[in-house]
Ligand binder design. Structure first.
Ligand SMILES: Cc1ncc(C[n+]2csc(CCOP(=O)(O)OP(=O)(O)O)c2C)c(N)n1
Ligand SMILES: [Mg+2]
Length: 897
């Protein structure tokens, strides 16, 4: 057997006796070397490829090799010299390091436990500085510049640099993590919601930055291919933690980037080999693992492993023993080397082989300890960035080897370094000396900030670098509105009703979308996003109308091309058909929903999806969308626990509206009729894009077919605010009020008839389009009343709307009971809620609604039962009514079934 290291694993293969001869191997190698020498590396590559091809043809199984040795990808002789002033850049970097550390240290001394991070930025400093000084563009002509997704918890470093350049003030820095003191402050992490003119991308929930950045780069191409923005060399840079790559979101969409040839995308993975608790891969090598994964996914991989001081050692390493030793040691050992220092490194690392010990015999322990990792060497980082920026045809990942807590003395590379918030006096003094910060020792111990005068050489230099690159990167601007929302009259098809034809709200929505996309001014701005559910929602006609975006166009003849509604892909297609990835679709929704600020193009996304796989699956991304001040419409299709028939427990959504209510900028609606959707969408476009309100919409759309009525007079305000009376009691003053939402409104209408005809009870029926909106209104009114005890009380909208309406209220919904229950505080005990708590079942609507007790019979029974308890209906008759209506009073509670 012969052992080979392949993809970071030792594999054994049967050795063929004739191939095991060292002589024969040497001959082959010599021949190969001659080819390289005589004809160059390209020729060498061709030869190997030909050899591999031949081997495959004759049946030799060749293991796939995705790893390269544990050294820099860019050879020394391929490097270009550093273009900047290394001395001034180092000075700026030292000052940034100091202020980043001091900001956290000082705040934690003043306010113990306020938190912040020191060690992440320490490992990232060079990677960011080289970018800021030489690569990150502030703008491209009249276009915005590069987009940078920062590691969220490295924000103190980003703030420190902005402070040194005068982009943010000393007062702000002094109020890091003190946002509620009535003074300008800095938020803990990148939050556009809290610092809207500074941060663009919220990244601190691990995994969302990498995922969103991939779809951002793709969306940039989409806008270019659709001629909505000019083509620029703009890049999307994503700085990612090595621990962060464990999140499925980080790695789950890598192949999209290579498939779409996104050479506008650069990942920089800060491989400090540690995460919060300890090593990322103590027993293995995270860099090798990531190299194989990214290369396997088709990315260009650049490893930045070792600094320039290693070059001399590699030059001496004729036998390859040093490279072998570097490949042998696991990450846990690399971490220990940093912690234990030079003498330990000599003994444990180099000492394994006498030849290596000899190789470093002229170096002191101190020099061995200081041997730099690639991510801390500007020369190596510059070359990697340059190559990444110049790379064409696909995305690049830079795997940068760094030290967590670099420069923090005793905290460097220790397992606990992530949680370090304060430095001991001695460590501060050492830090101050190491980075030559010109402040007195006592000031250093307090963590005082230090900013040299504006005309000092380092500040002038750093400012000049930024000016040459088009200005500050950390800016976010919102342009004035560029269009007026189409008036409601332009939605006339949707307002007119279906003339008796049975249609669903989903079908109604799709035709509304089709119309909107034909609109002369805003049609092109609509971005329909679907995760492989277009047919479920009947969107084939839209696919035919505007095409699916496909960066290469359509390279095949679709089998259905002779049909009217064929599968149409176009280079400038308008639909983003994402395939089965709600996370990816949400990332596209985020790119499109923030394009008004990021690209100054106010695209209006409609993300239409299977509602059950929305909020509960990708809720964290929705939260980040809100933080990003995202705008657009999330259309929750196949809505309702009993309206989506047949599909059962995992599919039937009865709680998205609960989850939607948790997001402050999300306005959620549960419409029954198409005209309601039209009113909500029209007003949504007006508020988001004309009035520039930072909000977005969640709207349920159902697949039950029924006749859509024409819009009744004067209901617009009620639709938007959450409730309006849809049908007054047919036979006089109502004794009870029935609220219905979505298709359950039809059950309420049927119950109205049953109550009147069979029991002589009059009921009004209301369409409750949004309990969430009604509750928010009531909460804000209540708060106002609380704050102004001397003023006359204001009345919440729900009570104004109900004015004069008497009796108990039965509210029925296809969602959980907690949705209507939100109004309980204002309805004084009048409310009886029927909803769909519990797991779904596979059955038809009739059975589902009976099971969940939201059918017309259950609504009527609940009304009578409640009237009986209130002494307004005879109790025995009410009990009998349950039986007559087929409501089994002893059946199991669906909430626990
Ligand atoms: C989804 C999520 N889970 C957990 C955390 C808490 N957290 C913040 S930083 C961190 C460790 C990050 O390690 P790594 O990505 O390697 O970054 P480093 O600080 O080492 O550069 C964790 C677990 C988070 N922010 N997001
Ligand atoms: Mg890490």
């Amino acid at each position: 057997m012969a052992t080979y290291e392949i993809n970071n694993r030792l594999l054994e293969f049967p050795a063929k006796p004739e191939m095991d001869s060292e002589e024969e191997v040497a001959e082959w190698l010599e021949a190969f070397d001659q080819v390289i020498e005589g004809e160059g590396t390209n020729r060498g590559c061709e030869l190997i490829e030909a050899l591999i091809e031949r081997a495959r043809v004759v049946g030799v199984e060749i293991p796939v090799q995705l790893n390269t040795p544990y050294v820099n990808t860019i050879a020394v002789d391929e490097e270009v010299p550093y273009p900047g002033d290394r001395k001034l850049e180092r000075r700026m970097k030292s000052l940034t390091r100091w202020n980043a550390m001091a900001m956290v240290h000082r705040q934690n001394k003043k306010d113990p436990g306020i938190g912040g991070h020191i060690s992440t930025y320490s490992s990232l400093a060079t990677l960011l500085e080289v970018g800021f000084n030489h690569f990150f563009h502030g703008r491209y002509g009249d276009q915005p510049g590069d987009f940078i997704y920062f590691q969220g918890h490295a924000s103190p470093g980003v703030y420190a640099r902005a402070y040194l350049l005068g982009r943010i003030t000393e007062e702000q820095v002094q109020n890091f993590r003190h946002e509620l003191r009535g003074r300008p402050a800095l938020s803990s992490y990148p939050h556009p919601w809290l610092m809207p003119d500074f941060w663009r991308f919220p990244t601190v929930s691990m995994g969302l930055g990498p995922l969103n950045s991939i779809y951002q780069a793709r969306f940039m191409r989409y806008l270019e291919n659709r001629n909505l923005i000019a083509k620029t060399p703009r890049k999307v840079w994503a700085f990612v933690g090595d621990g962060e790559t464990d999140e499925p979101e980080s790695m789950g969409s890598l192949t999209l980037a290579s498939r779409e040839k996104l050479d506008n995308l650069i990942f920089v993975v800060n491989c400090n080999l540690q995460r919060l608790d300890g090593p990322v891969r103590g027993n293995g090598k995270i860099i090798q693992e990531l190299e194989a994964a990214f290369r396997g996914a088709g990315w260009n991989v650049i490893k930045v492993m070792w600094g320039c001081d290693w070059d001399r050692l590699f030059a001496r390493d004729k036998s390859g023993l040093l490279v072998k030793r570097l490949s042998e040691a696991v990450d846990g050992e690399y971490q220990t080397y940093k912690v234990k220092g030079g003498e330990y490194i000599r003994r444990e690392f180099f000492g394994k082989y006498p030849e290596l010990l000899e190789m470093v015999s002229d170096m002191s322990d101190e020099e061995l300890h200081r041997l730099t990792r690639g991510g801390h060497d500007p020369q190596k980082v510059y070359n990697a960035y340059k190559r990444a920026v110049e790379h064409q045809g696909g995305p690049t990942v830079i795997l940068a080897h760094t030290v967590k807590g670099y420069g923090l003395g005793s905290a460097e590379a220790r397992n606990a370094t992530h949680q370090e918030k304060k430095l001991a006096d001695q460590a501060l003094t050492a830090f101050r000396s190491r980075f030559a910060i010109p402040i007195p020792e006592m000031a250093a111990r307090e963590g005082r900030l230090y900013r040299p005068p504006d005309d000092s050489p380092e500040i002038l230099y750093a400012r000049k670098c930024r000016e040459e690159l088009g200005g500050f990167v950390l800016t976010r601007e919102v342009p004035p509105p560029s269009f007026q929302a189409p008036p409601i009259s332009e939605f006339e098809d949707s307002l007119a009703g279906s003339k008796g034809r049975a249609v669903s709200t989903t079908m109604g929505f799709v035709s509304m979308l089709r119309q909107l996309m034909k609109h002369a001014e805003i049609g092109k701005l609509i971005v329909p996003i679907i995760p492989d559910e277009g047919r479920t929602f009947g969107m084939e006609s839209i696919i035919r109308q505007v095409g699916i975006y496909a960066s290469q166009g359509q390279l095949y003849k679709p089998h259905d091309q002779d049909m009217l509604l064929y599968y149409r892909e176009e280079k400038d297609g308008q639909i983003l058909e994402e395939g089965i990835t709600e996370a990816g679709s949400m990332a596209s929704f985020t790119a499109a929903g923030t394009a008004y600020a990021n690209y100054k193009v106010p695209t209006i996304p409609f993300f239409t999806y299977y509602s059950m796989f929305g909020f509960q699956r990708i809720g964290d991304m929705v939260w980040a969308f809100a933080d990003s001040r995202g705008k657009g419409f999330m259309m929750g299709g196949t809505a309702g626990r009993t309206t989506l028939a047949g599909e059962g427990l995992q599919h039937q959504d009865g709680h998205s509206l609960v989850l939607a209510s948790t997001v402050p900028t999300c306005h959620s609606y549960d419409p029954a009729f198409v005209y309601e959707i039209a009113v909500i969408v029209q007003d949504g476009i007006r508020r988001m894009y004309q009035e520039l309100e930072d909000r977005f919409y969640y709207i349920t759309i159902y697949n039950e077919d029924y006749a859509m009525p024409e819009i009744p007079q004067g209901c617009e305000e009620g639709i938007l605010r959450g409730i309006y009376k849809y049908k007054t009691a047919p036979g006089g003053k109502a004794a009870i009020q029935l609220f219905g939402s979505g298709p359950i409104l039809n059950e309420a209408l049927r119950a109205q008839g049953v109550l009147a005809e069979q029991y002589g009870v009059q009921a009004d029926v209301w369409s409750a389009t949004s309990y969430n909106e009604l509750r928010r209104d009531a909460l804000s009114i209540e708060r106002w009343n609380r704050m102004h005890p001397a003023e006359p009380e204001k009345i919440p909208y729900i009570l104004t709307a109900l004015d004069g309406a008497e009796g108990p209220i039965v509210a029925a919904t296809d969602y959980m009971k907690v949705v209507p229950d939100q109004l309980a505080p204002w309805l004084g005990g009048r409310l009886v809620t029927l909803g769909t708590d519990g797991f779904g079942r596979s059955d038809n609507r009739e059975h589902l609604r009976r099971h969940f007790e939201v059918n017309a019979e259950s609504i009527a029974a609940a009304a009578l039962s409640r009237l009986a308890r209130d002494g307004k209906f005879e109790v025995q008759r009410a009990q009998k009514a349950l039986e007559e209506l087929g409501v089994d009073s002893e059946k199991i509670d669906p909430g626990i079934a």
